[in-house]
Design a protein around this ligand. Structure first.
Ligand code: PMP
Length: 405
């Protein structure tokens, strides 16, 4: 059985009071906290190994390079990529999607070509495609969803066709928690020979992601949602696709040779990693993946699912709670409204009780527009959350109701 209480002790930040109350951290879809092993890896890197990578002959540079490339190998294994060259380090999920938009889509797309996304995308999986569409004359097509926050797969099948150039879908919705039927989406795209990008920001920390088994072409994630540092993430890309794409930033490290007449690019993944990268971030990301790899991700999923059920039942027992998104398959997130109290007021009140949640549109304005609202209260779970955290959430929401009634 997964022991959340024991794991929690590895997260020093959780052991504190806010506003005189014990911290109950339920904002994990926004960013997760970092275990000691990640903090120590960052500290050790700067204390013992710090140097620039790939270029010097001295020992520290060799150690820094090993730490950086070693992390790439472990991250490749974590996602079951065929080889580490299929992992490109980026600033995060946003940059990974933009990289594909700029380097894969922009040179290929022609007027009338279609990019298929869904109604429940995060803004980072909408705006990069809009930019590409403006530049190329391509068109965005949007798979609708229903009131429960479930994709309309019949419409998805209708939308993916001969004009489709790329399908880009959120694996798990950050606003609703919906786990999307990405295998079905990929099968539909495959039938038309169309590549698929999965935005895995909210899936990677909660479930086993095997890019070969999924048979996706691109997969994106952010380390900071996986118990790793901010400012670092990864793009998985099928090697032959990465090799077919031009670089998107020029500079040091991404080249094989440079003259004023002609530049040869480095091989993948270095072709996409111009300049001195976030070396410490990559080391921390590697430590985060090591941390997650200690557990059976199915046990983490079951634990978080139990918290989700407990929260849903506890909140449903209060009067006037309206859930936003009730897909049968959800991961890590419960989004709701408390009567007609503004979510921001709910969040402020909960904060006074030590309960950290997010309120707002969750970078998913089209989702909010669908429901005719501007924001929700979102509680999101991580592996260190316990049933006591959920009890604290429900008790605090009950107090909000008492206060505003
Ligand atoms: N996609 C989803 C589903 C997300 O939840 C987020 C972060 N909220 C992102 C993309 C963007 O991630 P980042 O801000 O780390 O680049």
């Amino acid at each position: 059985m997964f022991d959340a209480a024991a794991v929690r002790r590895e997260f020093p930040i959780l052991d504190q009071q806010v506003h005189g109350k014990p911290l109950v951290y339920l904002d994990n879809a926004n960013t997760t906290q970092k275990p000691l092993s990640v903090l120590e890896a960052l500290d050790h890197y700067y204390r013992a190994d710090n140097a620039n990578i790939h270029r010097a002959t001295h020992l520290l540079s060799e150690r820094a390079t090993k730490a950086y490339e070693g992390a790439r190998e472990r991250i490749a294994r974590f996602f079951n990529a065929r080889e580490s060259a299929e992992i490109v380090f980026t600033r995060g999920c946003t940059e990974a999607i933009n990289l594909v938009a700029y380097s894969y889509a922009r040179p290929r797309l022609k007027p009338g070509d279609e990019i298929v996304v869904t109604r429940m995308e995060h803004h980072s999986n909408i705006v990069p495609w809009q930019l590409v569409a403006q530049q190329t004359g391509a068109v965005l097509r949007v798979v609708p969803m229903d009131d429960a926050g479930v994709l309309d797969m019949a419409e998805c099948a209708r939308l993916i066709g001969p004009r489709t150039a790329l399908v880009s879908v959120i694996h798990v919705s950050n606003a609703l928690g919906t786990v999307n039927p990405v295998r079905d989406v990929i099968a539909l795209a495959r039938a038309h020979g169309v590549p698929v990008l999965l935005d895995g920001a909210q899936a990677a920390p909660h479930m086993t992601v095997d890019v070969q088994e999924l048979d996706c072409d691109f997969y994106t994630c952010s380390a900071h949602k996986m118990y790793g540092p901010t400012g670092i993430g990864a793009l998985y890309g099928r090697k032959e696709l990465l090799e077919s794409m031009p670089p998107w930033m020029g500079g040091g490290d991404m080249i094989a040779s440079v003259t004023f007449e002609h530049t040869e690019y480095n091989k993948v993944p270095y072709k996409f990693e111009a300049g001195t990268p976030n070396i410490a971030g990559v080391v921390g990301f590697g430590a985060a993946v090591d941390f997650l790899s200690r557990f059976d991700l199915r046990e983490i999923a079951a634990h978080e699912h139990a918290l989700l059920e407990q929260a849903t039942a506890g909140l449903a027992a209060l009067d006037g709670i309206q859930f936003v998104g009730r897909a049968p398959e959800r991961a890590g997130v419960v989004s709701f409204l408390v009567g007609d109290v503004h979510p921001h007021d709910v969040g402020t009140f909960l904060d006074q009780d030590g309960v950290a949640v997010r309120t707002g549109q969750h970078c998913a304005q089209p989702v909010m527009d669908y429901y005719g609202i501007t924001s929700t209260v979102r509680a999101s779970f991580g592996l260190y959350n316990t049933p006591a955290d959920v009890d604290a959430l429900v008790a605090s929401v009950k107090k909000v109701q008492g206060f505003f009634s």
